[in-house]
Design a protein around this ligand. Structure first.
Ligand code: FAD
Length: 488
């Protein structure tokens, strides 16, 4: 960690946040401007670096993330200084940031990459946990190791992973939607995945079933018949034991279309009318009363209902334009509304007119892309170059794993924003693959590929080139046709 002397407090470029966005941005600036000094100010002792980067296809990227001491960055770039201290204030007009340990840094260009924190149901209850960084994962593990039952609230990626990974603890999963995982996929895909959650061993693949139907949102779903560390990533549960005290492997009960209405401590619950109505709920440290009228006692509650961008230290005295989700709104060059202040990753909200095939989602891949592109935009600004929006914002693409299946999401994979003006093609082989294609006016707009489908590159091309596929009809998903050859 670099010691910063009193006189050495001007850096041409200052980046705040040692997560993927901040580290990528700082590294890019340090390599593009070798004779200028770059400061990376971060609250956590470790920084996140991208390793094993693999360009899977034109837009799909796969990589691992490692937590490393900041010295690794300083050894790699002699002009990059990492300073561990949380930023507590920004004076954008004076181009100055102030850290909690009293240091003041002046900059020419600043990039804010402070990530986001979990939206907690309540801040004060020790039985309500959020998952964000290494500390919160350890806290979760500590609670789990003594638990028989937990309630999970939320339906995004973290909740999905959690209910699948946890063993030896009953999970009551409360979701506000009518299907699991609807941030990432539709009810059909949820149906495909649920048997895995119920602990069934993968069955021998049944003959392939194909369906074609036109749908709008409602019919679609019927078909399925101190939080300043970097955010954890896809592998957050690797190397930590996610086991409760019970013998069971998976035991998940899903409560659909509901949220938590009230959380009771044991004492409050005993005094409440609910206890008088229902005396057989057992004795638990905490009780969750749901909006569907049911009440569950449990050892603890995990609140996985999304994140809030970490903007607070920067708002006082400045004039940032905030988006509806409270992120710092950035334009197509990652510039905020304050001059010379850029933002990237979970803390920002894309304010430009997005391509018809892209949407922002607070994910690792986008944090890396935005961090890189923010540095590129700063460079263009400093050098007076013209810069077009990067190609990575042309098509949404994400590769991940849910319930041990490879999952690839492309473009408007859930027909986002297409209203009823779309058609779906689905191919599903139980316990093996689920393929869904979203078509609008005969053009492919998005796809969900679950399992080893090997279709990602071909579909990515079909989405990008917007070829009229009307004449191919259902053949597009015919498992007996090698689609790659078909479109060669
Ligand atoms: P962060 O990684 O949150 O980094 C923010 C940095 O800012 C940290 O270093 C922090 O210390 C620092 N900081 C904060 N406040 C201050 C301050 N005031 N002063 C100085 N420094 C500050 N994404 C996926 O793509 N796939 C997944 O499977 C996936 N799984 C996830 C599982 C979990 C449990 C969680 C929590 C997230 C997951 N994500 C996943 C999301 C992904 O981790 C984030 O989108 C991504 O890490 C955001 O990167 P970032 O650099 O913007 O922010």
């Amino acid at each position: 960690m670099a010691g910063v002397s009193e006189s050495k407090r001007w850096f041409r470029f200052v980046v705040v946040g040692g997560g993927i966005a901040g580290v990528t941005c700082a590294e890019q600036l340090a390599s593009q401007f070798p004779s200028d000094e770059v400061a990376l100010l971060t609250a956590a002792p470790l920084v996140k670096t991208v390793t094993n980067f693999r360009q899977v296809s034109k837009t799909l990227e796969d990589f691992s993330v490692e937590e490393q001491p900041s010295s690794v960055l300083e050894e790699k770039y002699s002009n990059l200084k990492v300073i561990q201290s949380a930023v507590k204030g920004l004076h954008a007009k004076q181009h100055r940031v102030q850290t909690e340990n009293g240091q003041v840094f002046h900059y020419e260009k600043l990039c804010l990459c402070t990530g986001a924190r979990p939206k907690l149901l309540t801040q004060e209850n020790p039985h309500v946990l959020g998952l964000r960084d290494t500390d919160s994962a350890q806290e979760f593990q500590k609670h789990l190791s003594k638990a028989k039952r937990m309630v999970v609230v939320g339906n995004g990626g973290i909740a999905l992973e959690l209910v699948y990974e946890v063993e030896g603890c009953e999970v009551i999963w409360a979701i506000k939607d009518k299907a699991i995982g609807n941030t990432f996929f539709d009810a059909g895909a949820a149906q495909f995945l649920i048997p895995t959650l119920e602990g069934d061993k993968p069955e021998k693949a049944l003959p392939c079933k194909r369906t074609r139907y036109t749908t709008d949102q409602s019919t679609d779903s019927k078909q399925g018949s101190k939080l300043l560390g970097s955010a954890l990533g896809p592998d957050w549960h690797e190397g930590i034991s996610l086991r409760g005290t019970e013998e069971v492997s998976h035991k998940v009960h899903i409560e659909y279309k509901c949220e938590i209405k009230t959380i009771y401590s044991l004492e409050d619950f005993m005094k409440s009318p609910l206890h008088r109505q229902q005396t057989d709920l057992g004795v638990w440290p905490v009780y969750a009363h749901l909006t569907n009228g049911k009440t569950y006692g449990c050892d603890f509650i995990v609140s996985a209902t999304g994140v809030v961008p970490n903007t607070e230290p920067f708002l006082h005295g400045n004039n940032f334009e905030l988006a509806e989700d409270h992120g710092l709104r950035v334009n197509e060059h990652m510039q905020t509304s304050e001059p010379d202040v850029y933002a990237a990753g979970d803390v920002c909200t894309a304010g430009w007119k997005a391509s018809a095939l892209w949407q922002q989602m607070r994910l690792w891949t986008q944090a890396r892309q935005m961090g890189w592109y923010a540095a590129r935009s700063i460079q263009a600004d400093v050098l007076g170059e013209h810069l077009e929006l990067d190609f990575c914002f042309e098509l949404f693409s994400h590769i991940t794993k849910f319930f041990n299946y490879k999952v690839v999401l492309l473009g408007k994979f859930n027909a986002q924003g297409l209203g009823s003006d779309h058609e779906l093609l689905v191919r599903c082989t139980k316990a093996q693959e689920y393929v869904k294609v979203v078509l609008s006016n005969g053009r492919m707009m998005g796809a969900i590929l679950i399992g080893e489908t090997d279709l990602e590159e071909t579909f990515e091309n079909l989405i990008l080139n917007q070829m009229d596929l009307s004449s191919y009809g259902e053949e597009l998903l015919n498992p007996n046709i090698d689609i790659e050859d078909y479109f060669d």
